[in-house]
Design a protein around this ligand. Structure first.
Ligand SMILES: [Zn+2]
Ligand SMILES: [Zn+2]
Length: 296
């Protein structure tokens, strides 16, 4: 799935037209056209279309293995994309349901689209049931596994032409469920889902790697927030520094005051001294005057 089928939209549409209706649904289970024996050819196959639910006829007689297929009994407006999409959902549901009932694991692995880091997920882990298109809050995943308390475990998306929207991925991140994507382009991809030992997944959100780009993005946003905090802190520091500078200048001015104080003291001492001196001179003068008057 995926890697070897890197082709553009036009090519994938062509390939889905080639693969349409290799699976019919009988009693809720997908049945590959190769499992239809000649006695159940035509209208006797008992299968309905995975996409529209209308009756199918098997076209097996006189055809090679690669050419056998189902066809709608009556004209249908089913398109190849919805047939591939629904077939993949039925196949995944059956694989997961069988694994849960057999208490086996159902491993799938892939590489993160963002960082390329490898992940392995057991689709049946802790699961008690699997549901197709079960609404969770605002979002309807293609498939959801639930634990014994009815709590969603794993969200599964079948990707054909359009990857899951950012809203879906954001939902998975927000609620803390892992969202695993399966890219299904052609009949080989569907066969892989039906029979593969370890299913090839296309992406896992959120990525488990701490070195992932998306992880980095989140961490970076936190770091950016932190740096914002830091910048506001540095702003605070700046203000503190300015305050300190101001305090220092106040201190220094008070230091200047301290330096100026002895000058005032000196002035005071000077005044006192000069007052003492003047009074001494006055006394001297008075004495001299008295002496002079006494002489007179
Ligand atoms: Zn149909
Ligand atoms: Zn990653």
């Amino acid at each position: 799935m995926g890697v070897s089928h890197a082709h553009n939209y036009r090519q994938s549409v062509t390939s889905t037209l080639e693969v349409q209706l290799r699976y019919g649904i009988r009693d809720g289970n997908p049945v590959h056209i190769s499992a239809i024996t000649p006695e159940f050819n035509g209208d006797k196959c008992g299968c309905v279309c995975p996409a529209c639910g209308k009756g199918l006829r098997a076209k097996t007689l006189g055809k090679t293995d690669r050419a056998i297929h189902f066809a709608h009994r009556n004209a249908s407006d089913c398109n190849a994309e919805s047939i591939v999409h629904w077939t993949a959902k039925y196949l995944l549901e059956k694989r997961i349901r069988d694994a849960i009932h057999a208490a086996r694991e159902l491993l799938t692995d892939g590489n993160c689209k963002s960082c390329g880091g490898k992940f392995t997920v057991d689709l049946a882990k802790e699961a008690m049931r699997v549901e197709v298109e079960k609404r969770l809050d605002l979002y309807i995943p293609d498939l959801t596994t639930f634990d014994s308390n009815g709590k969603p475990l794993l969200l599964i998306e079948v990707v054909h032409t359009n990857p899951p929207s950012w809203n879906k991925l954001e939902y998975a991140r927000t609620v803390g469920h892992e969202l695993i994507e399966f890219k299904v382009d052609d009949d080989d991809d569907l066969r892989d889902i039906e029979k593969g030992e370890c299913l090839a997944a296309h992406n896992l959100t959120p990525c488990r790697s701490s070195r992932c780009g998306l992880f980095d993005m989140e961490v970076n946003s936190k770091v950016t927030n932190k740096s914002h905090e830091q910048s506001s802190e540095s702003g605070k520091l700046e203000i503190e520094n300015k305050l300190n500078e101001k305090n220092k200048s106040t201190e220094s001015s008070s230091n200047e005051n301290a330096i100026q104080f002895p000058v005032w003291l000196m002035w005071l001492i000077g005044i006192i001294l000069s007052w003492v001196l003047v009074s001494e001179i006055k006394k001297k003068l008075k004495y001299l005057m008295q002496v002079r008057f006494n002489r007179l």
